[in-house]
Design a protein around this ligand. Structure first.
Ligand SMILES: C[S@@+](CC[C@H](N)C(=O)[O-])C[C@H]1O[C@@H](n2cnc3c(N)ncnc32)[C@H](O)[C@@H]1O
Length: 253
């Protein structure tokens, strides 16, 4: 592991352009030169962590505390947290959404990248796990940027839409129950402004998406959403093979 130490401006959503077909020329792995692809073995991953990850000490401590929990693997990796912080800064995000907070590590990465008057609305159903996050958010001095809503995420997002918050968020991170990913994606498409960013975790689902023998509900949901977004003319998109796969979708104007 590495050794490292106000409401935003509201933007009215312009009308979306009618969906046009997404052009695709590439369709099969056989047509791609795979000789440049590197398997990320333990040695190379250790190098990546040691030489390129700038994880603040508090985030490292939260990660260490979370590792003692049986569900620790739900937490995103430090390099993914760093990428998300960079993306939040790149788009000058002020208002962000998180669907699935757990012990608050990804929320901490996003909140630290927001400006002092930024806001992150976190959706989760677990008082116990998020209480750990609250502790670290206070220690980091960014607790006032985070509005934790303990309720099913679909309800929280529906309330935001009903309250007229359409197009008022810059960034959303989806990382909760996989069965509802499609619903969260559609809700986030309403809430995130054109030119903002929706990041969807677990898009590679530990490889199961490419295994035809895996057809459980979660795998099927992620596989279907990946394909739907690939063909979705409402967004620009890319799947970044970092950690468990991070699918990025940028709503078009
Ligand atoms: C994969 S974890 C999130 C990990 C977190 N983003 C991180 O990197 O530390 C998924 C979280 O989604 C929450 N969750 C599951 N179903 C949910 C629902 N219907 N609404 C809101 N949160 C839910 C769980 O309580 C859990 O904390």
């Amino acid at each position: 592991m590495p050794k490292l130490p106000a409401p935003s401006r509201r933007r009215a959503a312009p009308p979306r352009q009618p969906a046009a077909a997404v052009p695709r020329a590439i369709g099969d792995a056989a047509s791609v030169d795979t000789s440049r692809l590197l398997p990320l073995d333990d040695r190379l991953y250790a190098y990546l962590l040691d030489e390129t990850v700038r994880e603040p000490g508090l985030m490292a401590r939260l990660r260490a505390e979370t590792r003692r929990l049986p569900n620790a693997s739900m937490q995103i990796s430090p390099e993914q947290a760093q990428l998300m912080g960079l993306l939040v800064r790149l788009i000058d995000a002020r208002r962000a959404l998180e669907i699935g907070t757990f012990t608050g590590y990804s929320a901490l990465a996003v909140a630290l990248a927001l400006p002092a008057d930024g806001q992150l609305i976190c959706c989760d159903v677990s008082e116990e796990w998020t209480e750990i996050g609250r502790r670290y958010w206070r220690k980091a001095g960014i607790a006032d940027r985070i509005d934790l809503r303990l309720a099913p995420a679909a309800d929280t997002l529906a309330k935001l839409i009903a309250a007229g918050q359409t197009g008022s968020f810059d960034f959303a991170f989806i990382d909760a129950d996989k069965e509802n990913y499609d619903l969260y994606y559609e809700q986030c498409l309403k809430l995130v402004r054109p030119g903002g960013l929706i990041a969807i975790d677990n898009a590679l689902w530990h490889g199961a998406v490419a295994d035809p023998a895996c057809n459980d509900v979660d795998t099927a949901a992620i596989r279907a959403l990946n394909r739907k977004i690939r063909d979705d003319a409402r967004v620009d998109m890319v799947l970044v093979p970092i950690d468990d796969g991070l699918l990025l979708a940028r709503p078009r104007g």
